[in-house]
Design a protein around this ligand. Sequence first.
Ligand code: A3S
Length: 147
Amino acid sequence: MRMLLIHSDYLEYEVKDKALKNPEPISDEQKTGRLDEVLAVFISVEKVDETNPDEVVEKAVKEIEDVASQIKAERIFVYPFAHLSSELAKPDVALEVLRKIEEKLREKGYEVKRAPFGYYKAFKLSCKGHPLAELSRTIVPEKAVSK
Ligand SMILES: Nc1ncnc2c1ncn2[C@@H]1O[C@H](CO)[C@@H](NC(=O)[C@@H](N)CO)[C@H]1O
């Protein structure tokens, strides 16, 4: 998994077109979204993550929490982003991983939004520009689980 983390004044998106034949079903309300004072986390789920999705979810949540606590961010935007890797996981695994990351962060008390999966989206982002405002992380599973 590859993550790009941007501490932002805001992130807003607008769904444009389908980018997959079967994108995640969304309500009209989910066609746009915005969070202010947010840690935006752009995530590419990778092929290697398919060997142990639960392990990469745990590791990703830990990394995100670690950054959020350093920058004192209470809101997190999970953003599916297929452009950080050339070895992408298949969509059904990727969506499951992203949903679990969203869910676990919410359980830990963060205000969390997740941008819709499988769409082209316009987005606006305002990076804060301080030394910890732009970070990247690479996460790989150590132990493959048998299918
Ligand atoms: N392995 C993967 N990791 C993260 N996101 C993934 C994915 N496989 C598919 N997607 C989603 O489907 C859209 C088309 O690739 C992706 N759309 C995007 O990445 C938008 N920024 C438009 O390009 C994304 O929503």
